[in-house]
Design a protein around this ligand. Structure first.
Ligand code: KG4
Ligand code: ZN
Length: 346
């Protein structure tokens, strides 16, 4: 068996992710090199119901997790005996889904007598940036936008974060998913709204850009979501058909409002905190229009811009293995009493 790492010196970590609707496992070496990255997406199953059904997600994780881990080890050309540690997402996420990954990781750690590392899923998203950008080092500013979270954070170290702003209501991805459903695009919303928006007019509707008085860095997406719903309802009441043109214009106008809100806070933080490096993370960071807008904004400010490839933006275990490596290096190990924490904060 050919090994691309030094068994004595290198730290080999198996990452496991099962917080929502992706069952994933990956192997990393020293937190930067990814030897394998296996993702089983349950999207097709949940599409039938228009969104993630927690009970189905948990059952599917149980059905798939061993297979996914076996493939991650095989792709990496290693066995469980080569591992130094197993890192697992223990929150935030769906409790039943998280428990599958946590139980699996505990079983491996116990059976192989190796270290167990609990990883915060949101920190995992940030760490996805280290995979393809080894030159990126803390401190930097990071916008994490996913289906469950929207945070603007300062990564002060590889494992420490200072939260500058967070959403007061819906996460950005959640807003994409909800408006996709409202305009008849279905699930998963993000990629579908992005595609529809490409042929729409971003100025067709003036959707609101919320401002939060107490903390100007906080986000709110419930206002723009309600405005979209009201627009759709009034169109229906006028007997208008929700055709492709209307879908595209609503999608483009909604996306423009979301991008404006995110960009405004990022620019404000760059200015106030003298930021030199900015990174994006989370499922919404795979949105090309958002990436383009924030990249252009950073270039204008002379700030280095980083963003993971889309495969490392949406849920994956490579980011968990990488975040796990940094926790391991800092000595942040978990005991076999590690539990799922659905509401875990950053
Ligand atoms: O990070 P992620 O895979 O899972 C969570 O941790 O939530 O993010 C999923 C979210 C979903 O809400 C999905 O609609 C959104 O990311 N998303 C997108 C795009 N691709 C995924 N949102 C906007 N544009 C996209 N291209
Ligand atoms: Zn995620």
């Amino acid at each position: 068996m050919k090994q691309v790492f030094n068994r004595e010196k290198d730290i080999v970590i198996l990452g496991i992710e099962s917080s929502c609707d992706e069952t994933a496992a990956a192997v990393s070496v020293n937190g930067t090199q990814i030897l394998s990255n296996v993702i089983y997406s349950q999207i097709d199953l949940h599409t039938l119901y228009g969104g993630v059904v927690p009970e189905i997600a948990s059952r599917m994780h149980i059905a798939k997790i061993n297979q996914v881990i076996k493939k991650a080890l095989a792709d990496a050309k290693i066995t469980l005996d080569d591992l130094d540690a197993v890192a697992v997402t223990y929150g935030p996420g769906l409790v039943g889904a998280l428990l599958v990954g946590v139980s699996e990781a505990k079983a491996i750690a116990w059976a192989k007598d190796i270290s167990l590392v609990g990883v915060n899923h949101i920190k995992g998203h940030v760490c996805a940036n280290y995979i393809e950008h080894p030159q990126l080092k803390p401190p930097f500013l990071c916008l994490v936008a996913s289906g469950g979270h929207t945070h603007l954070v300062k990564a002060t170290d590889y494992t420490d974060y200072e939260i500058i702003g967070r959403t007061r209501d819906d996460a950005a991805g959640e807003a994409y998913d909800k408006i996709a459903r409202a305009i008849g695009l279905g699930y998963p919303g993000g990629p579908k709204v992005e595609k529809a928006a490409r042929s729409g007019d971003p100025e067709a509707f003036a959707f609101p850009r919320a401002k939060i008085d107490e903390n100007p860095y906080d986000f709110s997406f419930s206002g723009v979501k309600s405005a979209v719903l009201n627009t759709i309802n009034s169109c229906k009441m006028k007997g208008m058909e929700i055709d492709e043109k209307l879908q595209a214009d609503v999608a483009a106008s909604f996306q423009a409002a979301v991008i404006d809100s995110l960009r405004e806070r990022v620019l404000m933080a760059i200015d106030e905190f003298g930021i030199r490096d900015f990174a994006m993370a989370g499922g919404v960071a795979s949105n090309q229009a958002l990436r383009g807008a924030l990249k252009a904004a950073c270039e204008q400010e002379g700030v280095n811009f980083y963003c993971p490839s889309p495969i490392y933006c949406t849920d994956n275990a490579a980011m968990i293995a990488v975040a796990g490596y940094f926790e391991y290096r800092d000595g942040n190990l978990a005991g076999l009493d590690l539990n799922a924490v659905p509401g875990l904060r950053m």
